[in-house]
Design a protein around this ligand. Structure first.
Ligand code: FES
Length: 154
C-alpha cells in the first residue's frame, strides 16, 4: 500500500518548502502520525520511497524522537515526565501510582486500548512538577499527586 494522495501532496510540498527531503522528514513523520495515529513500517517505507532516502535513515530519525510513535498507541496518551524537576518533586511516586492504576508500565497500552503510558524528558512544565502531558490536545497536567490521579486519567 502506498501513501494516501493527500499525504503524498503534503509531504511533497514539505520537501519543496524545506529545500529537500532531509529537512522535511520530521514533518513527514508528524503528518503521517497525525493522519494515522502512529508511523508503521509500511509508512516508513512509503516516506523513504517518496524522498529517495533509505528506510534505515527514516527509521533512525523516527525512533530518535520520543513523540513519534512506531507502534499503535491507545486512545489517550499519558506522557509522563521523568525529568529532573519532576523527579525532585516526587514524580517517581506519582509514576508508580499511575502504573499501578493502569496496570501497565511505560511504553505499554492497556488491554482495552484506552491508555498508553509513555515517559519522556521534560514536558515543559517544570513549574508544575511533577507533570505530564495527556490527551489529543496535549494538555499539561500538574503538579500531580499520587493520591489524586483523576485529572490525569480522564
Ligand atoms: S522536568 Fe518535568 S516538566 Fe520539566
Amino acid at each position: 500500500m502506498s501513501l494516501p494522495e493527500p499525504l503524498t501532496v503534503m509531504i511533497t510540498h514539505a520537501i519543496a518548502s524545506h529545500g529537500g527531503p532531509r529537512g522535511a522528514i520530521l514533518e513527514a513523520l508528524r503528518m503521517v502520525q497525525h493522519a494515522e495515529g502512529w508511523v508503521s513500517d509500511e509508512r516508513v517505507a512509503d516516506i523513504a520511497a517518496l524522498t529517495g532516502m533509505t528506510t534505515a535513515e527514516i527509521d533512525n530519525l523516527a525512533t530518535f524522537y520520543s513523540h513519534i510513535f512506531r507502534k499503535p498507541v491507545g486512545r489517550h496518551l499519558v506522557m509522563f515526565c521523568d525529568g529532573a524537576s519532576c523527579w525532585m518533586n516526587g514524580g517517581d511516586k506519582v509514576a508508580e501510582a499511575v502504573k499501578a492504576r493502569l496496570g501497565i508500565g511505560f511504553g505499554e497500552t492497556t488491554a482495552d486500548g484506552r491508555f498508553t503510558l509513555l515517559n519522556t524528558c521534560c514536558v515543559g512544565g517544570c513549574d508544575h512538577a511533577p507533570a505530564a502531558v495527556t490527551g489529543r490536545n496535549r494538555r499539561l497536567v500538574g503538579p500531580l499527586r499520587a493520591d489524586t490521579l483523576d485529572g490525569l486519567l480522564t
